[in-house]
Design a protein around this ligand. Structure first.
Ligand code: ATP
Ligand code: MG
Length: 587
């Protein structure tokens, strides 16, 4: 199917807020990073740049210090609100607590908890103390927690009573660096430096002076999602906030009065860069939901919280699509102004679904743990080409390249040709290394470019189109097939909820395209439906690219951040070892 571009016309914004970028080309041409630096403060007395000062204190000390910074929605229906001033006091207390425990610059503080307010206090307080924050998914099992904490040389763990007893305490002797455990819900201090956070906080002063912080000081370790293999620890620095600020202004179109909701968990990078830092940098109200995905709850949050900007992921959108609800008839979504998605390719079907059901198209954007923030995006005022990731943001130079040698590459200028997506280093939130994997880090750079490991192509107007991860490309009968293309085509069938496509070795054609399909409720996995889908695929894609085999599955294996793990589909199909499954979501 030919997807029609979704056109934007500035006239459509009349009476509404004007997007932060109207003229994309002009903005790119005139952009310089200093203009972002000028919108932020810097620490008083020229003492450098600290994430938490810009995200919290800068607003707390201003005329809008009483504005709600975080509204937390508990799983049980309760709500807690914190103004910027509250947040300043709480994060100062955390910084004082860390200091009292002897935790210093560049010591690592790990967090293992659900989305509770204390997690957010810890992150920001850790940055105030110039220590390094490393968030983990609370659903991780003991082994992945242990591995990551050992690799990150955790000195402090922030967690809850239950998670600690179940997942960490039995293995604590294997973590020689771990000195302190702070329990969010601990009532009393316990032996072996197991502290009650509330008691520590009650004793701590709400005043704290952030020590001088160099923009290049390390601030965050983020482990990648493990979609393609063993997760890598990407290290980020304080000045990443220039990128967070810029991208949330331009790619997410945040305005000062917004109510912003990023559905990602801080266990992966979106939940930190855009679930904690970016909205606070802009002084807006950040919604945090403790509960897991639930379609009705989510629509209710959008309506009741009057969310204006919503940042979510394809996996969530597909789950909403599965249900065939009419959200606008059930909920008042009139406050919603902008919707964006990241994490996986967003099928064109999903972009258009947004327009029909939410009244707004979904704006796909592309980035990675390594890039620390959004690099390529569909913008509020620019035409959307459904299925495209959009165009590089101001300050970001992206290209399609082909490796020609160990340290040489060729830039593919011709539109429509697949190659590796590369970025010109120099954006502020670029990772500074892979933890303990310097050689691997160095290998990402070829001839002055950072190579992302993703394949894409660029069209004649500079829109980038995702083809697939380099590891997932299928070579069949002389064609290179990106799984995304095949998955998106099958997604157009009304019975299909989700698809994962892999190549299976086949002697005559190299690899055979095989699709794993989850159906929408009300559809039976019959032979007739399989035949229909095979035919549907052939009609959409042609017989060279269409899947030759289709298997129905109730659920596809996914990472905890919701990405389809094609490598696992493949390993299971071929009876090969599954490799690292620490980030696999339980179905
Ligand atoms: P690992 O590196 O451990 O295998 P991962 O690459 O999934 O895991 P992340 O850094 O969380 O870890 O994800 C970044 C990757 O997600 C990108 O390299 C890309 O493959 C995919 N991705 C993110 N956003 C998009 C998008 N809008 N379109 C297509 N792919 C996307
Ligand atoms: Mg990756």
């Amino acid at each position: 199917m030919e997807w029609q571009p979704i056109l934007k016309d500035t006239a459509m914004f009349v009476g509404d807020l004007l997007p932060n970028i109207i003229d994309y080309e002009a903005k790119r041409a005139s952009f310089f990073w200093d203009e972002i630096a000028q919108e932020l403060d810097g620490l008083p007395h020229h003492a450098g740049l600290n994430i938490a000062h810009e995200a919290v204190d800068r607003h707390a000390n201003s005329a809008h210090g009483g504005r709600v910074a975080m509204r937390w929605l508990g799983r049980d229906g309760s709500t807690r609100e914190f103004t910027y001033q509250d947040l300043k006091a709480q994060t100062n207390r955390v910084a004082n607590v860390l200091r009292r425990l002897g935790i210093n610059r560049e010591d690592t503080v790990f967090a293992l908890s659900g989305r509770i307010p204390e997690l957010y206090f810890m992150a920001l307080g850790t940055w105030k103390n110039t220590s390094i924050f490393c968030p983990l998914f609370s659903a991780f099992g003991p082994e992945p927690i242990l591995q990551r904490m050992k690799r990150g040389q955790a000195r402090v763990l922030f967690t809850t009573e239950r998670l600690f007893r179940k997942k960490v305490a039995p293995f604590r002797d294997q973590m020689p660096h771990l000195e302190h455990v702070i329990l969010a819900d601990g009532r009393e201090h316990a032996p072996d430096n197991v502290w009650s956070m509330s008691l520590l906080m009650a004793d701590a002063s709400p005043e704290f002076e952030i020590p001088p912080t160099h923009p290049e000081d390390k601030a965050i370790i983020h482990f990648t999602s493990g979609t393609t293999g063993m997760p890598k620890g990407a290290v980020h620095v304080h000045q990443a906030i220039y990128h967070h600020y810029m991208t949330s202004k331009y790619a997410l179109d945040i305005h000062p009065e917004d109510v912003f909701w990023c559905t990602a968990d801080p266990g992966w990078v979106t939940g930190t860069s855009y679930g904690i830092i970016a909205p606070l940098l802009h002084g807006v109200t950040n919604i945090i939901d403790e509960a897991e995905f639930d379609a009705e709850r989510w629509y209710r949050i959008l309506a009741e919280q009057k969310v204006t900007v919503w940042y979510t992921a394809p996996t969530a959108v597909r789950r909403l699509m599965r249900l065939d609800l009419e959200p606008r008839q059930m909920f008042d979504l009139s406050h919603l102004r902008f919707v964006a998605s990241v994490g996986e390719p967003l099928n064109p079907e999903a972009v258009v679904w947004g327009e029909e059901k939410l009244g707004l198209p979904i704006h796909d954007n592309w980035w990675q743990t390594e890039t620390g923030g959004i690099m390529i995006a569909n913008l509020a005022a620019c035409e959307i080409r459904p299925g495209s990731m959009g165009r590089p943001l101001p300050g970001v130079e992206a290209a399609i390249v082909r490796r020609t040698g160990d340290n040489t590459l060729e830039i593919i200028e011709k539109p429509g040709v697949d190659g590796e997506l590369a970025l010109k280093p120099g954006w502020p939130s670029m990772f500074r290394t892979y933890l303990h994997e310097e050689a691997r880090y160095n290998k990402c750079f070829v001839d002055d470019w950072y190579l992302s490991g993703d394949l894409a192509m660029k069209d004649e107007d500079g829109y980038f189109w995702f083809v697939g991860r380099a590891d997932d490309i299928i070579k069949t009968a002389g064609h290179m097939v990106g799984p995304f293309e095949v998955e998106s085509a099958l997604m157009e069938h009304p019975a299909v909820a989700e698809v994962g496509v892999i190549g299976v070795p086949e002697p005559t054609i190299g690899e055979l395209v095989k699709a794993f399909v989850a159906l929408k409720p009300g559809n039976e996995p019959t032979k007739a439906l399989r035949r229909e889908l095979l035919g549907f695929g052939r009609k959409r894609l042609g017989s060279a690219v269409a899947p030759k085999e289709i298997v129905f599955k109730e659920n596809l294996p996914k990472t905890r951040s919701g990405k389809i793990m094609r490598r696992l589909l493949k390993a299971r199909e071929l009876g090969l070892p599954e490799g690292d499954t620490s980030t696999l979501e339980e179905n």
